[in-house]
Design a protein around this ligand. Structure first.
Ligand code: ATP
Ligand code: MG
Length: 401
């Protein structure tokens, strides 16, 4: 049932460029976590470091009692089998058919017969709605189909840990809704540990059990979904509510003058929106690690924003939950069952691409919080990030003037 990943004091730089430092968090076994952060803050680098493709400067990554950062290449190879990874660019081999791309990890890492490989590949292609496209090359299919092929490839080894780098980028909103449903259903079915990097705020608000935010070369916060969605911390609040006001600017940090002007103009942050319910599985069942809605807020004496978990957000019947997942009013007709596979609708092939190489609610002082399910979800408070916005001013380019 998935495995826990403990990251402790992880730091990564390229030459003199520090990407992030002192990142500590625990990805609880069998739970879905989402990592957010402005573009260029090192989310993809974080995923590649977790899977051992990049070596951190310092810190540890512990899985099943082994520190990945200290393993020899040959031992790392074995640990990598625990992972299924969907890279940001899909990383499909441009000259191989979809079938061969998806079969690749099985042929590389197992001694399965071609018959066994075929059964698994076709089952996974069916799961992501790609059956019938076995012979196509990556350049002959749409961006959304490529994403799903990468997803199928990430799943063939029945991984314990699944890392998805922006599985939803380049997908239309309906397919994003289907993909999110697929992720929740997968998590309920195989109980793997998921870490998803996304820029989609709706995904971040409804899919995960935990949310993290990388900002300004640090992990600003990591913890249960309800903790971040009720947080008044300016960076977290700005990001999770997709607002322009706040410390994050176009170039990640706002210029000191810009922030000062916002303050002088008395820009008030809009109130926190209600916390939505988590996305249910498509059959209305619960996840293995399901937390009761509002439990984290209740256990931590945090008043959630008005309207949370009620009205539109109210505990949905399975039918309502399904309707929401499919983005249609509950009374409206259901799409045909085949549409559960995103490919059922026509996806136009795109021009061939270059082949791709393979409130403030400060957390507990001990840095951990217990989720309602008793899991310890690390909350990272390494920095400045949990302090008021003006903290950023002194650090903004040029400093205060
Ligand atoms: N192999 C590498 N060598 C040198 N620098 C790198 C390497 N990989 C990434 N970087 C740098 O690390 C920083 C973080 O990159 P990364 O791709 O992780 O960002 P990201 O948060 O995933 O951004 P996005 O949301 O746009 O995908 C960037 O400045 C990038 O140039
Ligand atoms: Mg990235």
């Amino acid at each position: 049932m998935g495995v826990e990943i403990q990251v402790e004091g992880l730091t990564k730089s390229f030459g003199r460029q520090v990407i992030w430092q002192d990142v500590s968090l625990t990805l609880p076994a069998g739970e879905i976590s989402v990592m957010l952060g402005p573009s260029g803050t090192g989310k993809s680098v974080f995923l590649k470091t977790l899977v051992g493709l990049l070596k951190p400067d310092s810190g540890s990554i512990t899985i099943q009692g082994k520190d990945l950062t200290r393993l020899r290449e040959s031992d790392l190879y074995a640990v990598r089998k625990l992972f299924g990874v969907l890279f940001q660019d899909g990383a499909l081999f441009g000259s191989m058919s979809l079938y061969d791309n998806i079969a690749f990890p099985l042929r590389e890492h197992t001694k399965k017969s071609e018959k066994e490989v075929r059964d698994i590949v076709l089952a996974k292609m069916d799961m992501v709605g790609l059956l019938g496209n076995e012979k196509k090359l990556p350049g002959e299919i749409s961006g959304g189909m490529r994403k799903r092929a990468g997803l199928a490839r990430a799943l063939v080894l029945d991984p314990e840990i699944i890392l998805f780098d922006e599985p939803d980028s380049g997908l239309d909103p309906v397919r994003t809704a289907y993909l999110n449903q697929l992720i929740v259903d997968l998590n309920a079915a195989i109980e793997a540990t998921f870490l998803i990097v996304t820029h989609d705020v709706n995904t971040a608000r409804t899919v995960p059990d935990n949310i993290g935010l990388l900002y300004h070369r640090h992990l600003a916060m990591f913890g249960p979904r309800e903790m971040l969605l009720s947080s008044e911390e300016p960076v977290v609040r700005q990001f999770l509510n997709a607002q322009r006001q706040g410390p994050i600017g176009m170039a990640e940090e706002k210029d000191a003058d810009e922030l000062a002007q916002e303050e002088a103009e008395g820009h008030e942050l809009p109130p926190l929106p209600p916390i939505p319910l988590q996305l249910s599985t498509s059959d209305g069942g619960s996840r293995a690690t399901q937390r009761e809605a509002g439990a984290w807020c209740r256990d931590n004496n945090v008043t959630p924003p008005p309207g949370s978990f009620e009205g539109e957000n109210a505990a949905a019947s399975p039918r309502q939950a399904r309707a929401r997942a499919e983005q249609r009013p509950p009374g409206a007709e259901r799409p045909p069952a085949s549409a559960v596979h995103p490919s059922a609708a026509a996806e136009q092939p795109v021009a061939a691409e270059e082949p791709q190489a393979p409130g403030s609610h400060p957390p507990a002082t001990d840095g951990t919080a217990l989720g309602a399910n008793g899991h310890s979800a690390a909350i990272t408070t390494p920095i400045e990030s949990l302090q008021p916005a003006n903290r950023w001013r002194s650090q903004a380019r040029g400093g205060p003037r």
